[in-house]
Design a protein around this ligand. Structure first.
Ligand code: HEC
Ligand code: HEC
Length: 427
């Protein structure tokens, strides 16, 4: 099996590339020294491709359109195939905001963007730079059960005829165990056919996000084959070591061998009640047992509505096997931060109104009940790709848990919260 060492969670891309080189046996000892220091401090996520070594010349990494962007511009191997605000800021600093990722397509407001000065670019791309979100949206869906009756957009671009919806780049990983819902709102889904949805997504990205002519079918097929071959998980946690030792199953190779099934997560079963000193030293074994306790909290009914694993039910992956989307309050008026828009939707039949910062699945289906609902995403390699949720409102995994306590009635004691966090950080 081919191992691709791709990601140092929370460290610079430069370091990750040093590790890529060291994997080929060409790095100097200094690079390797820095790499192992970072490993001990930040941990590591890795990608395994079922197609073998990753070819950086592949179509996923090539600009397909006219604006210099490729799929890998926004889906970085070193960030679990998403992109963090930290990397976007570093690209801005290195290129004075002239890197192709900075395109009016994702500006706060393309009408008022002053791309001719450094300051204009910094101010005009504030949403990408501050929280790593990209601008999506369009005309409110025609013929919907709802109508848009009021708009408050701090950037002044959205209006009654134009929704602006800010979205984090979803990681392009673990699809064989994933759902057929493609995109946060399922906007590119083709029924229950995941591959057709991914083909649709890639086709539209080349003509939209990359501003190209439609790509040849062979290019789209290569891109979809490639992304469907990627498995990414955390493999190393500081103070613990590798996550596939002593019977645990925390590695992308092991994930690739799993069948897609709904149910209990069991990655760390071998570490349940691990006696200190029975795997390695006592301190590490205590942390292993903690991760396993966190897994059990994730599996257990800790809210009136059920468990974390009840929605994130693709075992050891986290999407929903029935392709379900849910409204968990991430687009609610209470959760809104001042930089996000706020929309008022009215139900055409009942006159009832709802305020949301993003229409979610409701914009795709037109259904009142789908407003504010989003795809249930994979939860692997979370540590490599903060912030969280479609709009990046949770900066840390701790804030994710806060959100569930406030919005879904989950209750965790302080020690339980530490256990659950240890588990989420080990995914
Ligand atoms: C400018 C940044 C950018 C570029 C370039 C880009 N993406 Fe994305 N990608 C995103 C964002 C943002 C989302 C989430 C959008 C949404 O769901 O509303 C996303 C979502 C996706 C998804 C959905 C994943 C899921 O779990 O549903 C896939 C698949 C994907 N991208 C693949 C690609 C491919 C293939 C390319 C190249 C053809 C590409 N992306 C180019 C930013 C980008
Ligand atoms: C009712 C279904 C449901 C339950 C219960 C649920 N989730 Fe989620 N989860 C979702 C959905 C839907 C999203 C995406 C929401 C969004 O981004 O707007 C999500 C997103 C997340 C994310 C962010 C992932 C990312 O890529 O940004 C994390 C982490 C997460 N959930 C962990 C948990 C944990 C831990 C629990 C239990 C405390 C839990 N979830 C319970 C449906 C659920």
């Amino acid at each position: 099996m081919v191992r691709q060492v791709n990601a140092f969670a929370g460290t610079a891309t430069l370091l990750a590339s040093a590790v890529l080189v060291s994997a080929c046996g060409e790095a100097g000892s200094e690079d390797i020294g820095r790499a192992s220091e970072a490993l001990q401090k930040h941990g590591l996520s890795e990608t395994f491709s079922t197609l073998g070594p990753i070819d950086p010349q592949g179509e996923f990494f090539q600009a397909q359109g006219t604006n210099g962007r490729s799929c890998a511009t926004c889906h970085l191997p070193s960030e679990a195939w998403s992109i963090t605000p930290r990397s976007i800021r570093s690209l801005f600093a290195r290129t004075r905001g002239l890197h192709p990722i900075f395109n009016p397509l994702d500006a706060d407001n393309p009408d008022t963007l002053d791309a001719s000065t450094l300051r204009g670019r910094r101010e005009g791309y504030s949403m990408m730079l501050s929280r790593g979100v990209f601008r999506r949206g369009g005309a409110p869906r025609a013929g919907a059960e709802w109508e848009l009756v009021a708009v408050d957009d701090p950037h002044g671009f959205a209006n009654l005829n134009r929704l602006v919806q800010w979205r984090r780049a979803l990681p392009t990983i673990n699809f064989p165990l994933g759902s057929a819902t493609v995109n946060w709102d399922g906007g590119n889904s083709v029924g229950a056919d995941q591959r057709a949805g991914l083909v649709n997504q890639a086709t539209r990205n080349v003509t939209g996000g990359q501003q190209g002519a439609p790509a040849p079918a062979a290019v789209i097929e290569e891109i979809v084959d490639f992304e469907s071959s990627l498995f990414t998980t955390r493999v190393f946690v500081p103070g613990v070591g590798r996550l596939d030792e002593c019977g645990a199953e925390g590695s992308p190779e092991l994930l690739a061998l799993q069948e897609k099934r709904a149910g209990r997560w069991d990655l760390f079963d071998a570490w349940l009640d691990l006696a200190p000193g029975s795997c390695s030293h006592r301190g590490a074994d205590k942390k292993r047992a903690q991760i396993a306790r966190g897994q059990e909290l994730f599996n257990a009914p800790k809210a009136p509505g059920g468990s974390c694993a009840g929605c994130h039910d693709s075992a050891n992956n986290g999407t929903n096997v029935q392709n379900l989307t849910f409204d968990i309050g991430t687009a609610s008026a209470q959760a809104r931060t001042p930089d996000l828009p706020l929309y008022t939707f009215r139900n055409r039949a009942t006159g009832e109104t709802r305020q949301l910062s993003d229409a979610g699945r409701g914009q795709v289906t037109g259904l009142w009940s789908d407003l504010g609902a989003f795809k249930t995403p994979t939860l692997r390699a979370l540590a490599a790709r903060a912030p969280y949720f479609h709009n990046g409102i949770a900066e840390t995994l701790d804030e994710v848990i806060d959100h569930y306590e406030v919005n879904l009635g989950f209750v965790f004691t302080a020690p339980e919260r530490r256990d659950l966090l240890a588990f989420l950080e080990a995914l």
